[in-house]
Design a protein around this ligand. Structure first.
Ligand SMILES: Cc1ncc(COP(=O)(O)O)c(C=O)c1O
Length: 361
């Protein structure tokens, strides 16, 4: 990638209409975020060269954590160097609080969710993708009497854009005095009435629900976070991840603050993103392509084998369009073709994508 992320992105010297990645509002290239990043570096330098728990917490980080908790309407929030680490820090803190004994995790959960679970040293049991019945069976098999489960999943699965049945997970957790953990890296900013993610989508509130996510996708910056009640966040902030890693780069803190503000104050961004998603899906459906009927900005399909899909990707590139051919957790061994919309694409750009794609599939 040789340009900023934008509807027309330069890859290996050539401009492509770009339908890939996770920059749902393409804030990664927004001039306000870039200015905020530069201002932050000028004031605080690149980084603190110490960890958060020692003395690396800047006023800007505190401001960002307040902004995150304001956005997600939680008591507090913790900012971390990456979304990958949010899972590890979250599981560790919940363990410190003694809130679970065994982790039950959706088998297609993101690498970081699975790594975070195993890093606890607790027993980890995988259940079938999105399958509440299998979850209950696995709990019956692996949870001893009086022990508590942690049920973990992605909030929005990045490949097929599936939303897990969180209300059902919560009911199961309540039955066994357990808790639920969502890695909502893809859900935040785009799911729910206010873009607060999967809990907002279901309008769920409970002391048993916990979440971590990233600022590197919808919010246009970088770094992970955990939003939640004050006693939980206090433990996250004093945990091993915060202690053992340098505090995040000032540039990203500045950019994240601005990204959150822009998403919060500009509801038309989310509306445009959803309009674009519905528009693409309706056009594909009219052309006889099977797609989910929803507002989510990810459209994925698998056709034939890897070679065929890679060929489709290559032929689209010859037409000046870039979509992803990707092998990732949840894609299966052959991989998938994945298209991602942003609020910044025009209808004409989407028309061109559909016209080119349907000639090839
Ligand atoms: C579901 C999910 N969780 C976590 C991450 C990691 O977030 P970060 O890029 O901030 O490390 C990603 C992807 O990048 C993701 O797709």
């Amino acid at each position: 990638m040789e340009s900023k992320l934008r509807p027309v992105t330069t890859i290996n010297g050539k401009d492509y209409l770009y339908f890939a990645g996770t920059g749902y509002f393409q804030l990664q290239s927004h001039s306000d975020l870039i200015d905020a990043a530069v201002d932050a570096i000028r004031k605080y330098g690149i980084g603190s060269a110490t960890s958060r728990t020692i003395n690396g917490t800047t006023p800007l980080i505190i401001k960002l954590e307040n902004k995150i908790s304001e956005f997600f309407q939680t008591e507090d929030a913790a900012y971390l160097p990456s979304g990958y680490l949010s899972n590890m820090a979250g599981f560790q803190a919940l363990d410190t609080l003694g809130l679970y004994d065994v982790i039950f995790i959706d088998e297609s959960s993101h690498y970081s969710n699975v790594s975070g679970a195993f890093a606890t040293g607790k027993k980890v049991v995988k259940f079938r993708h999105l399958d509440v019945h299998d979850l209950q069976e696995k709990i019956k098999m692996h949870l001893n009497k009086g022990k508590k489960p942690l049920i973990a999943s992605d909030g929005l699965f990045p490949i097929w854009a599936e939303i897990p049945p969180v209300p059902e997970y919560l009911k199961v957790a309540e039955r066994y005095d357990g808790i639920v953990w969502m890695d909502d890296a893809h859900g935040v900013g785009i799911l729910g009435e206010n873009g607060r993610g999967v809990y907002d989508f279901y309008q769920l509130k409970s002391d048993r629900l916990f979440m971590g996510a990233t600022l590197s996708k919808a919010f246009g910056a970088y770094g992970g976070f955990i939003a939640g009640n004050a006693s939980f966040i206090k433990v996250v902030k004093s945990g091993n991840v915060m202690t053992g890693t340098s505090s995040p780069s000032s540039a990203m803190v500045g950019a994240a603050l601005r990204g959150l503000e822009i998403v919060k104050n500009n509801s038309e961004l989310l509306k445009r993103l959803r309009d674009n998603a519905r528009y693409l899906k309706a056009k594909l459906k009219n052309a006889g392509v099977t797609v989910d009927d929803n507002y989510l900005p990810i459209v994925t399909f698998a056709t034939g084998n890897s070679d065929k899909m890679q060929n489709i990707q290559r032929l689209l590139m010859e037409e000046g369009i870039y979509i992803q051919f990707v092998k990732y957790v949840g894609s299966g061994a052959d991989g998938v073709l994945r298209m991602v919309l942003s609020s910044e694409h025009t209808k004409e750009e989407i028309d061109f994508l559909v016209a080119s794609l349907i000639k090839l599939i």
